[in-house]
Design a protein around this ligand. Structure first.
Ligand code: ATP
Ligand code: MG
Length: 341
């Protein structure tokens, strides 16, 4: 038996698509929890390059380049390779095989009902030309989660339907196997489960051009804050303003360590007499204070890309063994033919 499977700590799996640099939304929705939980859990973090190709098949260079960038973001934000295993999805063939097996347990109608995927299809303007891999990516995520036998998945709100889909597959596999082969997983969604984009759209997203990267230099932070959506009805400083849906306040809520000061600013803004420029100046300072140490750590790590790639290689090797064990168990449970050697 693989000695690694004797580890009694609960298992966490998460991942990020290497479609661009990680941003404030990733931090709030998932990275913050991953950093907090890595000491008490057995954590696997996937650079989900195979999933990124489901809507970027025409641009593999971009995905390849961003693998290292995402790894740098992880390390800069505090994912500790001594506590967490970081691995590359496309180098784990067991995930692809599990996906293939699970696809037979899911209907196309069920996939088409997934509200996050529906919304993403619309945002990407696929029309009727939806890549089949994209429609099926929730099944691939079920493979990712179950391959590590994860029970906890710290994710943003958009991922809740994926965990539901995963658990349906888990129940189906277990029923067919006649034993509890795979554990069900629980989504850990933080209070701010979805950080809006700087344009006020529902979700900050790499693909929507409305993000502030964790690696953003000071000028980029200033520019993003300047462009940020506030209350379009708040024209003069003396006008009363709306705080709800005003992303400057949403970000202050998420990142300003002084909650009492933010509450005071909100009250003044609502009454009238507080201008957008003043609130934005505070947010710029808050974001810069949060991101400056990350930026510094990242710049130092970026000088040593070979060490970062070695970490990915080590983590991926460990994950290969573990995921291959699960694949074998699932093949056995589902009664798939095994050609004896
Ligand atoms: P893409 O546009 O390429 O899909 P993305 O910005 O949506 O990129 P993902 O890599 O799909 O990012 O998401 C990785 C993780 O980060 C998921 O757990 C997701 O829920 C979380 N996440 C991403 N964006 C946000 C956000 N704006 N608010 C909260 N969580 C988020
Ligand atoms: Mg996404």
């Amino acid at each position: 038996m693989n000695p690694e499977t004797c580890d009694p700590r609960p298992v966490i799996v998460t991942g990020d698509r290497p479609t661009g640099p990680l941003h404030l939304g990733h931090y709030v929705g998932s990275l913050r929890n991953r950093v907090a939980l890595q000491a008490t859990h057995r954590q696997f973090v996937l650079v989900a390059d195979a999933q990124a190709l489901t809507d970027n098949a025409q641009d593999p260079d971009r995905i390849r380049r961003n693998i290292l960038e995402v790894a740098l973001d992880y390390l800069a934000v505090g994912i500790d390779p001594a506590l967490s295993t970081v691995c590359v999805q496309s180098a784990l063939p067991a995930l692809a095989e599990l996906t293939q097996l699970y696809l037979n347990l899911v209907t196309v109608a069920r996939l088409e009902r997934n509200p996050t995927v529906r919304q993403e299809i619309q945002a990407r303007g696929f029309g009727r030309d939806i890549p089949a891999g994209f429609l099926c990516y929730p099944v691939a995520q079920a493979a990712d989660i179950t391959a590590f036998r994860a029970t906890l998945v710290p994710v943003g709100e958009d991922q809740a339907p994926m965990i539901e889909q995963t658990n349906e597959i888990v129940r189906r596999v277990n029923r067919q196997a006649g034993r509890p082969l795979l554990p069900e997983a629980r989504a850990l969604i933080p209070e701010t489960g979805r950080l809006p984009g700087i344009d006020g759209r529902a979700k900050m997203s790499k693909s929507q051009g409305n993000a502030v990267a964790l690696s953003a230099p000071p000028e980029a932070i200033r520019e993003a804050v300047r462009r940020m959506y506030t209350d379009p009805g708040h024209l003069r400083v003396s006008d009363p303003g709306r705080v709800e849906g005003n992303v400057v306040f949403t970000y202050l809520d998420a990142f300003d360590p002084d909650g009492a000061a933010v509450a005071e600013l909100k009250a003044r803004y609502r009454r009238g007499g507080l201008g957008d420029t003043a609130v934005k100046a505070r947010l710029e300072a808050v974001l810069d204070a949060f991101l400056a140490p990350l930026r510094e750590r990242r710049a130092a790590l970026a000088q040593r890309p070979d060490e970062v790639l070695d970490l990915l290689r080590d983590g991926t090797k460990r994950a290969q063994r573990l995921t291959a064990d699960t694949l074998e168990a699932v093949r056995d449970g589902l009664g798939v033919f095994t050609l004896a050697a």
